[in-house]
Design a protein around this ligand. Structure first.
Ligand code: ASP
Length: 323
């Protein structure tokens, strides 16, 4: 697609979940907004200089992975066995090429590994040790697994282990404890980005540590093309965050594109339908960021909040946490 009228745009999320305005003090609130704004500015600048949507989502997710406020890369949540297993995916809306990794514990930047799978292998999804060996062969940085650990995430696991299954879905309505500023245990802190570039191309990327106290070997929606991540220039680019199992069962990201393609729904109508009706009907909680090739954006969530923001080239970045 080529059009002179496309205004490039980047949108990002840092996860959705149970959080309340009251639990977030001004300093904490500012820290999230500042982190999101900095990342948006970097990606916006890349797009303004004619950079591709793929490069913009890659850069945004790189920065989100490095920020310990979010559950991806450094700061990722712990599995039940107190280890880390990270998942990531990227998709190019122009070619429908996609790449993903799952259950990696030593790749510093999982999204870069996903992109290498897309660009340097004939596969779409590599997992575990094979994915790590591939990443290393591609020259990507490997780290000791404890690189991803932070004290806050360990505490989160310890609390989750006490209440066990209650926390597996992150969304038990009445946990006995509350953890300022957000109830991290119920926060779904996956990160993601969608972008539209000056050439009219869309891309989507998602990266996550998964869910606290998940079983070792569990794979969520994020690295599954069509579930947590999808991009097609003809419809939309989407990155999801939420209770992964339900997003997988709903094939959430692809379902939005299908509703646009087959039923002629607008981006927002399709995204609202999936987030507010399809997912809740099976107990799915979370949200997503969706962008179409005309630059329309939809950022719906059915949780109390979702860290999110967007920036059109030439405009001031907008960030938000609550509705
Ligand atoms: N969707 C992610 C997963 O299930 C979790 C999240 O969004 O935080 O792995």
């Amino acid at each position: 697609m080529s059009t002179a009228t496309v205004l490039p745009v980047i949108a990002i999320h840092g996860g959705a979940g149970t959080m309340s305005r009251a639990s977030l003090n001004a300093g904490q609130d500012a820290a999230y907004h500042t982190a999101l704004q900095g990342i948006l500015l970097a990606a916006q600048d890349l797009l303004a200089r004619g950079g591709s949507a793929l490069d913009a989502v890659s850069l945004a997710v790189d920065l989100l992975e490095d920020c310990p406020l979010f559950n991806a890369g450094h700061g990722a949540v712990f599995t039940h066995d107190a280890t880390h297993e990270l998942d990531a995916a990227i998709m190019d809306g122009a070619s429908l090429r996609a790449g993903a990794v799952a259950c990696v514990s030593r790749v510093r930047r999982p999204l870069r590994a996903a992109r290498a799978v897309m660009e340097r292998s004939e596969h779409v999804l590599l997992v575990g040790a094979g994915a790590e060996a591939f990443a290393q062969a591609c020259g990507l940085e490997l780290v000791a697994p404890d690189y991803f650990s932070t004290g806050a995430r360990l505490e989160q696991l310890q609390r989750a282990l006490v209440t066990d299954a209650t926390l597996l879905d992150h969304d038990a309505p009445a946990l006995a404890f509350a953890t300022p500023p957000l109830d991290e245990s119920r926060k779904l802190g996956t990160v993601g980005a969608v972008a539209l570039d000056v050439h009219g191309n869309l891309a989507a990327a998602t990266s996550t540590g998964g869910m606290t106290n998940k079983r070792v070997g569990r794979v969520g929606d994020s690295p599954l093309i069509g579930a947590g991540t999808y991009a097609d220039n003809r419809t939309a680019a989407i990155s999801c965050t939420g209770t992964g199992e339900m997003f997988i069962r709903a094939v959430a990201a692809y379902d939005i594109c299908a509703r646009m393609a087959y039923a002629g729904l607008s981006l927002d109508a399709a995204a609202q339908e999936v987030v507010m009706k399809v997912l809740p009907a099976i107990g799915g909680r979370g949200g997503l960021i969706a962008l179409d090739a005309r630059g329309n954006l939809s950022l719906p969530f059915n949780t109390e909040g979702m860290y999110r923001g967007h920036a059109r080239v030439g405009e001031t970045p907008q960030t938000a946490i609550f509705a």
